[in-house]
Design a protein. Structure first.
Length: 232
């Protein structure tokens, strides 16, 4: 059974960035305006979010997280949710080609610099110094989530490894955060328990719960939903 350490986070980040890039490059105006899985955001808004958050990613790499917070506070923005919405608003009136190029360029720099740091390298984050390898797993997870949000295709041959590393990352992050959730994956399902509630979930259901994307048909007890959400 593969563990998180068996996956290369930099390769995963590259793969998910390429998936998004291919999908974005294929869109027409109708495709850009289609609603995404992110409440209130179109596919184009997801791109605006990805482009804007590179301000934070580069601040981490530059060791200037405090400068980042000073900048966003000067804009009247508070909290990461506020920052995300600000990034989207700032880019809604721009030509989509310009926003796409901004994201491609800045994210390409982020991926190159993270790989140069290596798995054992360290970078500054809003939570303090953090291993570059683990941070890159977080970035890859976010990109995988947003690829699913906008309907970017995933080849059948990718599905098993893709869901498995995301499951392993979520399990690691839950433990890192001291979550009450107990998580035990088996060959076919994930058993979870928190606050007196237990449930067996498919791998995709579990991953969706950890990124706050539980589908209506996969109704989840609110106690489990709260305990499992760790990557959103």
């Amino acid at each position: 059974m593969m563990q998180l350490e068996d996956f290369d986070p930099f390769d995963l980040f590259d793969t998910e960035a390429a998936r998004l890039d291919r999908h974005f490059a294929s869109l027409d105006e109708e495709g850009w305006n289609r609603p995404s899985r992110c409440d209130g955001w179109s596919v184009r808004d997801v791109l605006g979010h990805l482009a804007g958050e590179e301000l934070y990613n580069h601040a981490c790499l530059d060791g200037d997280v405090q400068g980042f917070f000073t900048m966003v506070e000067a804009e009247g923005v508070t909290g990461f949710d506020g920052f995300n919405e600000w990034c989207v608003r700032q880019r809604r009136a721009l030509p989509v080609e310009q926003v796409l190029e901004e994201w491609r360029t800045k994210n390409g720099q982020t991926r190159e610099r993270m790989r140069a740091l290596g798995r054992e390298g360290t970078l500054q984050t809003s939570a303090g110094p953090y291993p570059a390898g683990l941070q890159t797993f977080h970035y890859a997870s976010e990109y995988a989530t947003h690829a699913d949000d906008v309907g970017a295709p995933v080849a059948d041959a990718e599905l098993d490894d893709r869901i498995w590393w995301r499951l392993m990352l979520a399990r690691h992050v839950l433990a890192e955060q001291g979550s009450k959730a107990q998580v035990e994956p088996t060959a076919e399902q994930v058993w979870v328990h928190a606050d007196g509630v237990s449930k067996s979930m498919s791998f995709p259901e579990f991953v969706d719960a950890t990124v706050g994307r539980t589908l209506p048909e996969h109704e989840l007890d609110p106690r489990l939903a709260t305990a499992l959400r760790c990557l959103a």
